[in-house]
Ligand binder design. Structure first.
Ligand code: FES
Length: 85
């Protein structure tokens, strides 16, 4: 059962400013930690928060200025709260 949802903004602003690369990082993270059956990972249209982007949404919490450097920490913190791995 997929219990968590990760939505990455694929709007043109976030995409051009780094979410293209961040998307790959998240995919690898999900595979590495075998979260495939627990996480629904999908792209999202513009969240209308372009100025704060690149944006990432995990369940109902939005993260701003996400990049390939900090995304792993964000995911680690989120999933450790739920003790998924
Ligand atoms: S393009 Fe990402 S919030 Fe608008």
């Amino acid at each position: 059962m997929k219990v968590h949802e990760i939505s990455i903004c694929m709007g043109s602003s976030c995409f051009a400013r780094g979410n293209k690369a961040t998307l790959q990082k998240i995919k690898s993270y999900i595979e590495k930690h075998k979260l495939n059956d627990k996480v629904l990972f999908k792209g999202h249209r513009c969240f209308d928060k372009c100025g704060k982007g690149p944006n990432l949404m995990i369940n109902d919490k939005m993260f701003h200025q996400v990049n390939t450097e900090n995304v792993e920490t964000i995911l680690d913190q989120f999933f450790s709260i739920f003790r998924i791995y």
